[in-house]
Design a protein around this ligand. Structure first.
Ligand SMILES: *Cc1c(COP(=O)(O)O)cnc(C)c1O
Length: 370
């Protein structure tokens, strides 16, 4: 059998039609009409006033941090168990990341640990809905409100998820999505920033577009980025977002098959079906090796590779990232859950393009190993 990749996207709706329409129109840059349409659809779908399409989820986070106009030394609280994109602009701007551990079962930030880390320098909380379950945004919002902190919601892995029945991406001052090829909704590469705040909206639009001024083009008072999304990407995105409900259902079905086939595996912990505020939408299908086994995820990934199965390790804890040395940030803290799952966690193929036979083959191999 051929190699089973960790993710194979499925573009079987209006994607080809819209991309064809886009190419025929001649508008392939960010100026085209699909960008507006995609933004409007996203804003509507996720219950927001404003949406700004950008070139990636990482770009959206850069803009989100930059748009808050914080001062060097200001602190931002965030989970350690996440992708590097969450701290990139924090570090470049001389802000201080303050890391919180995660729950070993849901992989999400331990909300109860947030308040004790708040100081008079704290300006924002960034939370991430990790691997498929929502963070309880009601609780985080309460803390943000109490201490008057900005709230940034990283929903890059959670399109179509809800928290207490409300769409994620609708919470906080700024929410962001990624549309990378392995996300539920994809444009190949791409991202979106959502907000209800007009000032943040205007500043984000400017930052993603090199901070061009209207008074005299090519004259600049500030530096931005070229983080624009192309019309071709937006055409893909528009077709994808039409299928959001269907995609969520498909991901759950794939995971339920694994849940059933792997239920008797002794050596691994399967993902939670739900938590207090959400039902899992399984961005990935994550497995954690139990602590009575000596083996770690890297070894398993190599074995799976030899057997023709693609898999990936979990995130590497942000508080232990070597790049922090360059910013003289103390790495001495211990966040045991993040450290444990980063060593013992991996995820197996669960992209929308996976077939039943492939699921069965992957499950057979995992069962034989555990
Ligand atoms: C994928 C991802 C991002 C970054 O998105 P890109 O589009 O790949 O830049 C940010 N945050 C989280 C939690 C992600 O999973």
């Amino acid at each position: 059998m051929d190699f089973i990749p960790v993710n194979r996207p499925l573009l079987n709706g209006n994607e080809l039609n819209y991309v064809q329409e886009c190419i025929k129109s001649g508008w392939i840059s960010s100026e085209g009409d699909f960008v507006n349409r995609f933004e409007i659809n996203c804003a509507r779908k996720f219950g927001r006033k404003y949406a700004v399409a950008v070139s990636s989820g990482s770009a959206a986070i850069d803009i989100a941090i930059e748009s808050l106009n914080l001062e060097p030394g200001d602190e931002i609280i965030l989970p350690s168990f996440s992708i590097i994109s969450c701290i990139a602009q924090i570090l470049r701007n001389g802000l201080k990341p303050v890391f919180i551990d995660c729950c070993r079962e849901s992989f999400n930030i331990l909300i109860n640990d947030i308040e004790q880390k708040i100081t008079n320098k704290t300006r924002a909380i960034l939370v991430v809905h990790t691997y498929g379950l929502a963070v309880d945004m009601f609780l985080v919002q309460e803390i943000a409100k109490k201490y008057q902190l900005y709230l940034i919601e990283d929903a890059a892995e959670a399109h179509g998820q809800t928290c207490h029945g409300i769409p994620v991406g609708s919470f906080g001052d700024i929410s962001i999505f990624s549309f990378y090829a392995n996300k539920h909704i994809t444009t190949g590469e791409g991202g979106m920033l959502l907000t209800n705040n007009n000032e943040i909206f205007e500043r984000s639009k400017s930052l993603k577009n090199l901070c061009f001024e209207t008074e005299r083009r090519f004259k600049h008072f500030e530096l931005g980025w070229n983080y624009r999304m192309t019309n071709i990407q937006a055409a893909l995105g528009l077709a994808q977002i039409e299928k959001l409900n269907e995609i969520t259902l498909s991901k759950r079905k794939i995971a339920e098959k694994y849940n059933y086939l792997l239920k008797d595996c002794k050596g691994i912990t399967l993902p939670l079906r739900k938590n207090k505020c959400s039902e899992n939408i399984y961005w990935v299908y994550p497995l954690v090796i139990k602590d009575n086994l000596e083996i770690n995820a890297d070894q398993i990934i190599k074995i799976l590779e030899k057997k023709g199965i693609g898999s990936r390790p979990f995130f590497y804890p942000l508080h232990q990232q070597p790049v922090l040395n360059k910013y003289n940030l103390n790495k001495q803290i211990k966040l045991p859950n993040s450290e444990y799952i980063s060593e013992k966690g991996f995820y197996i193929p669960s992209g929308l393009g996976i077939t039943d036979d492939e699921i069965k083959k992957v499950a057979d191999v995992i069962r034989s190993l555990f």
